[in-house]
Each structure stands twice: as C-alpha cells, then as structure tokens.
Design a protein around this ligand. Structure first.
Ligand code: NAD
Length: 428
C-alpha cells in the first residue's frame, strides 16, 4: 500500500490551476516530514515575492502593444533564486508561482545551492518578429532588473526561450550595470560564457533517470518503446538519447500534432524536418495519429516534455506505459498520480527527472564566476553522477517508507529547504 495522505477538502476542487497543484503536493508531503520542520511548512505555501510588470514594445509596423510579465522568487533560504523564463500565450501568475515552487524543491533535490524562482511573459512569441522578440526581452529584463543578479536570482531558458534570449537578457542587465555580467543568466551561448553541455542537459538528465529506473525495474532500454510529448529542448534531446541507446521512439507529439512509426522514428531526421517545415506533420516514414491516441500507446517509457497537467484524470486510466519520466514541469495532476500509482505505473517526478538543466546551469554559473571553463566530458560526467545519486537516494527512501517517488523527492527537497529556513531563523 502506498502511503498517500488524504487532501484537505479545500484543495480537492476540479480544474485547479498549477499553483493549487503545487499546494496539493506540499499538503500531501507535509505529514511525512520530520515533526521539527512542521512549524516552517507554511514557508513553502507562500512565494517570498512576486512581481507583475507591464512590458510595452513597439511593433515593426510602428504600433505600440503591451504584454504582462512576471518574476517570482518562491524561496531563497538555500541561495539565490534560480529558474527559467517562459514565453507562452497562457502564462499566468499562478503558473509562474507553481513553476517557482517546483524550482525550490528541485534545486534542493539535486542539492545545488539555489532557491526557487521563475518568470514568464503572457505572449505568443510565434506572432513576433526577431526584432520584436528582442525588444520584448530587453524591456522585460529591464522591468525585472531589481529582482535579478548573479547572487540574487539567475534566469535561464524555459518554453519558447533559448540561448539567444539569454544573450539579450545578459546584455540588457550588463548595460544597466555598466559592465559585462555573464553570471546573471545561464543557458547563454557558449561564446558568451555559456557552458558546454547545457543545451542537452535537461534531456540528458531525463535519460539518466529513465535508465536508472529501468535498471531497478529490470526493463531493458535496448529495444524499449518510447513516446514523447514535446519535441523542443527537452523532448528532442531525450528522444535522441533514448534512440542512441537502442530504444525505439515510436511516437512524438508537439503543438502541431502526433506522428507515429511502430519500428521507431528517425529522431534526427524528424528534427531536421521540423526545423525546415515548422510542423511534424507530413514527415517521411511516419503516419499521423490523433493526439488522444498518443496517450494510450503501449510503451515502456512515456516522456511528457511540454506543458503542465497533460496527464490527468481523463487519460491516466488509458496510459499503457511502464515508466513515466517527467521532462516537463507539473505534467501530472495529483488525481492522475493516484490513478497511476494504483495501476503500478512508476513516475519519475519532474523535480528529479528534469533537474539536469538546472544542474548544468549551476556548473555554468560556477564557471562564469571563476572564468575557467570545463570540457563537455567533465560536464556530462558530473551531471550523470549528480543525477544518478539523487535518483538512488529518492528510490531508497521510496522503498523504505513505501511511498511514491514524487513523495520521496518532496520529502528530501522540502526537508533541505525547511532545515535551511529553520537554521537561519526568522528575521527580524
Ligand atoms: P520548448 O519551447 O523548447 O519546447 C516545447 C515543446 O512543447 C514544443 O515541441 C512544442 O511544440 C510542444 N508543445 C507546446 N504546446 C503543446 C501542446 N499543447 N501539446 C503538445 N505539445 C506542445 O520548451 P522546453 O524548454 O523543451 O520545455 C518543455 C518543458 O520542460 C516545460 O515544462 C519546461 O518547464 C520543462 N523544463 C525545461 C527545461 C529546460 O532546460 N529548457 C528544464 C527543466 C524543465
């Protein structure tokens, strides 16, 4: 029997937003924490500070338009804030708060010396030209500049942001400071103080934790069937690494739809096709299936690597995967978690599975401070070690205390955060 405590009724509403999902997860784990930490649990239920900013830009046609931007510091007990910046038309403060909360837990799970933060702009970046995107990024950076800094809060890429966006953020912040401050963001181009291995780091971490889970469960990666939702930074790199290890990536879904090939898709060819055509549909050697059919495909590994709440009470019953490895943040709702646990499907949770990105971001930040850069082999070896150690600590706790991996990860992460909070004490 899994030890999953009941939720208080005020958190059991349907169709709740990401922040409430995060709160439900904290609520579930609170009774499992050491009693000495309980007076501090409220810290996790409240972001430390949240900023909403207006981001006006001049479009290429001369018109001025406004977007809403956010930056949230969820917790900084263990170090400066750290977390990505998302550009998406559905970004809300609730979502950014949840993503910041998960960053707090994640950074503690892999024991990097950061608190949790996140940012975003409610914008569909596909509607903007490159020049407009640069204007948007620079104005947003300027508006949140009081919150960020290399020893305060260090942004990084998330959905629809990349190394170029980080370069603009670094440049804008540096202009304000009157000097070049490379350590203010991570995920930068390598030519500007970025780290080798950062681009693939999240996908590599997903693959490493999947491989560790497979070992424990006696599942062979060679020949395993893998389905991946999201074919961006995280999804594409994970798919590529599974394929390189001999797995068959049989289906990939992105915002354009779902493609399938039972013998295994050619991941590199699919990546090239997407770059040229801006859609997966019509790629050679695969057929299109419906987005709904994707979820019930029989497979050994399912990697959600797109948005929150994709695995929910509507599809959890039909999922035919052995192991789910959460590349995305918050892809599984608490209701779906309960269904999956009941059905014996193992979930490697986001706060562990996708922590490879922030781990190499930590390496990048350290390298920027010391102006001494490591080789890609060094980066990948250190990343693999940290991910495998975090996985094994969580697996061991889950076995000993008979709890799901998510609960074990939250117990480890929350305990580290709350121990720091309690030791620092209350100011004033
Ligand atoms: P990305 O922008 O590079 O890619 C996002 C992918 O999701 C794209 O393939 C897009 O088509 C797809 N997508 C968007 N909406 C979709 C929908 N409705 N249905 C199906 N697919 C959809 O983003 P990313 O950086 O790969 O981030 C993906 C997830 O991984 C997010 O949850 C993010 O928070 C998380 N994450 C990213 C990093 C990182 O280093 N980039 C680190 C940790 C976690």
């Amino acid at each position: 029997m899994l030890n999953t405590p009941q939720l208080p009724s005020y958190l059991s509403k349907e169709n709740i937003g990401p922040w409430h999902i995060y709160l439900q997860q904290v609520e579930q784990v609170a009774p499992l924490l050491d009693k000495s930490l309980l007076p501090w649990v409220d810290t996790l239920r409240r972001p430390k500070r949240s900023l909403i900013v207006d981001v006006p830009i001049r479009l290429d046609n001369g018109q001025i338009t406004h977007f809403e931007g956010y930056r949230v510091h969820h917790n900084t007990s263990r170090g400066p804030g750290k977390g990505g910046v998302r550009y998406h038309q559905d970004v809300t403060l609730s979502e950014v708060m949840a993503l910041a909360g998960w960053m707090t837990i994640k950074n503690a799970v892999v024991n990097v010396p950061f608190g949790g933060a996140k940012g975003g702009i409610r914008v569909d970046p596909r509607q903007l030209s490159l020049a407009e995107l640069e204007g948007l990024t620079r104005r947003y950076t300027s508006e949140i500049s009081s919150m960020i800094g290399p020893d305060k809060d260090i942004p990084a890429p998330d959905m629809n942001t990349n190394a170029q966006v980080m370069a603009w953020m670094m440049d804008t912040y540096s202009m304000g400071e009157g000097r070049t401050v490379t350590g203010v963001v991570t995920g930068k181009p390598v030519s500007l103080g970025g780290s080798l291995g950062r681009q693939d780091a999240t996908g590599r971490g997903v693959f490493v934790t999947a491989r560790e889970a497979a070992r424990k469960l006696g599942v062979s990666i060679d020949g395993a069937r893998v389905i991946v939702q999201g074919f961006g930074n995280v999804g594409e790199a994970s798919a590529r690494m599974f394929a390189q290890a001999g797995a068959r990536v049989v289906a990939v879904q992105d915002v354009s739809g779902t493609v399938y090939n039972g013998a295994g898709l050619d991941v590199l060819a699919l990546k090239r096709y997407l770059a040229d055509n801006k859609t997966l549909l019509g790629a050679p050697d695969c057929e299109t299936i419906t987005n709904d059919d994707f979820w019930s495909l029989p497979c050994e590994f399912l990697v959600p690597a797109a948005l929150e709440s994709q695995i929910n009470r509507f599809n959890a019953e039909h999922i035919a995967a052995r192991i789910i490895v959460e590349g995305a943040n918050g892809p599984t709702t608490p209701e779906a978690d309960a269904i999956l646990a009941e059905r014996g499907i193992v979930v490697v949770p986001d706060v562990l599975a996708n922590a490879g990105g922030v781990t190499v971001s930590y390496f990048e930040w350290v390298q920027d401070f010391s102006s001494f850069f490591w080789t890609e082999d060094e980066i990948n070896a250190r990343l693999e070690r940290i991910m495998a150690e975090a996985f094994n600590a969580i697996w061991q706790m889950a076995e000993e205390r008979k709890m799901p991996l998510r609960s074990a990860a939250f117990v480890i992460g929350c305990s580290r955060v709350l121990e720091a909070r309690a030791t620092r004490g209350l100011y004033p």
